[in-house]
Unconditional design. Structure first.
Length: 442
């Protein structure tokens, strides 16, 4: 009864916050309108001109708030819903404007997350949740310091060097289409690359020490990027059983579990074209030289090293008219494990379609349909067999949604997800979930 009351209370709280912010948006924005600052993208507008002045001096600050409320309507292990949210603060300083000289910026990101996972509580609690978690902002439900990084650009901005506390997923395995969707296997990236223990390839709001270089050819049709990261993002020193020592992202010691080497080659077709259909195609991978849990064992035995490869593609398929953003785009991804004893999934794919401006009266709205699937490693099943547990075969998710881009930096996305073979065993009924995502930029 206590659990049920807590769930209802959190759902009611989330819906109340969402409704209050939606009703307050026009009032807040009208009071701070400006001809210079893009007030349509921010709830609180230009702060009576203060944002223009700050940007002129090299200071750009942003608060943002995201909630994801989902209810397991049918299937899974139980019906019920949860609410989760993320409050973020981003500060970007143009050091050239502030101090003069150089082409360097400083970026700081802070995050506060709260709430519970519908995957863990209702879809597949007996397995600790299904693998492709329904709410992408669940994870690290606490205060965290994420990016603390510098970026320097050279060669007419064709070379970008980032260093400091970096988020690997900000640079690799990315697509501007992924976060149309709410499931964590799309936004931010293919989930298979994050399933090693200790966790070594970071995603927001977790960061790690690193240096990343990105180079565009003069014709800007090819891009190459490479990075080296400290592989001990959670300060586990290669011990899978350790709870870690970096809960809030404030422990900036160099870890004791080797490094991650990542690289990616990108081909850009019709880049920045207003008439032709642009596309981007990527091939990349990472190699880790640290110690990772041997998933074929039931203890905390480790294996040396880990590696994965990926292929990604984004392609515009249709444009309503030259220069228009309205039209249809496609994306797809394949991920392959090269070290099955360290990776829970040895093969993975996703694909999806996104239409911008389906309705002429709402040219900024986007409609999306996507599917993802991942196949579990035989090594993982070796360990499960020894414990008398059911083998894991694959898990898949189909997601459909529509994102309403409202005035003043507010976006509202009703969303449906169908989870096939939750947690991969086939012992848990397929689950149908309905929810809504609300994003606000202040």
């Amino acid at each position: 009864m206590t659990m049920l009351y807590g769930t209802r209370r959190s759902l009611h709280t989330g819906l109340a916050i969402s409704a209050t912010l939606l009703l307050a948006a026009p009032l807040l924005a009208d009071a701070t309108d400006s001809d210079h600052f893009p007030t349509s993208e921010y709830l609180t507008g230009n702060w009576d001109g203060a944002r223009d002045q700050l940007k002129e001096k090299g200071v750009d600050a942003l608060f943002h708030y995201t909630t994801e409320t989902f209810y397991n309507v049918r299937g899974g292990e139980d019906t019920g819903g949860t609410y989760t949210d993320n409050i973020g603060f981003d500060l970007k300083l143009d050091l050239n404007r502030i101090f003069g000289g150089g082409n360097t910026t400083f970026l700081l990101k802070l995050s506060q997350r709260d709430g519970n996972s519908v995957s863990e509580k209702y879809v597949a609690p007996s397995e600790g949740g299904n693998t492709f978690t329904v709410q992408e902002i669940f994870g690290g439900q606490t205060f965290k310091v994420a990016n603390v990084q510098f970026n320097t650009t050279l060669l007419d901005k064709r070379f970008d060097l980032a260093w400091g506390r970096l988020v690997a997923n900000d640079d690799f395995l990315r697509s501007p289409l992924y976060c149309q969707f709410v499931n964590n296997s799309f936004c931010g990236s293919p989930k298979a690359v994050f399933l090693q223990n200790p966790f070594a390839f970071s995603a927001y709001p977790t960061a790690q020490w690193g240096v990343r270089g990105r180079y565009d050819t003069e014709a800007r049709d090819w891009t190459f990027q490479a990075a080296i990261y400290d592989a001990d993002a959670e300060d586990k020193n290669g011990d899978p059983a350790s709870p870690g020592n970096n809960e809030h992202g404030t422990n900036w010691e160099f870890g004791g579990n080797g490094v991650v080497l990542a690289g990616e080659l990108q081909f850009h077709r019709n880049r920045d074209s207003k008439t032709a259909l642009p596309g981007t195609y990527k091939i990349g991978g990472f190699y880790m030289n640290g110690d990772y849990q041997d998933i074929s064992r039931t203890d905390n035995t480790t294996v040396k090293g880990n590696a994965m490869l990926w292929l990604l593609a984004d392609q515009a398929l249709y444009r309503e008219q030259p220069g228009s953003n309205q039209g249809l785009a496609w994306f797809g991804a394949l991920v392959f494990s090269l070290k099955d004893k360290a990776n829970q999934m040895d093969n993975y794919f996703n694909t999806g379609l996104l239409y911008t401006g389906w309705f002429d009266a709402r040219p900024r709205d986007t409609t999306g349909l996507a599917i993802t699937a991942g196949w579990y490693s035989d090594d993982l099943n070796t360990a499960r067999d020894s414990q008398g547990l059911a083998d894991k075969d694959y898990e898949a998710v189909v997601e459909i949604n529509h994102k309403f881009v409202l005035t003043r930096g507010i976006a509202l996305s009703p969303d449906l997800q169908y989870v096939i073979r939750p947690a991969g065993t086939g012992d848990i009924d397929n689950a149908l979930l309905a929810g809504i995502k609300l994003s606000i930029q202040f």
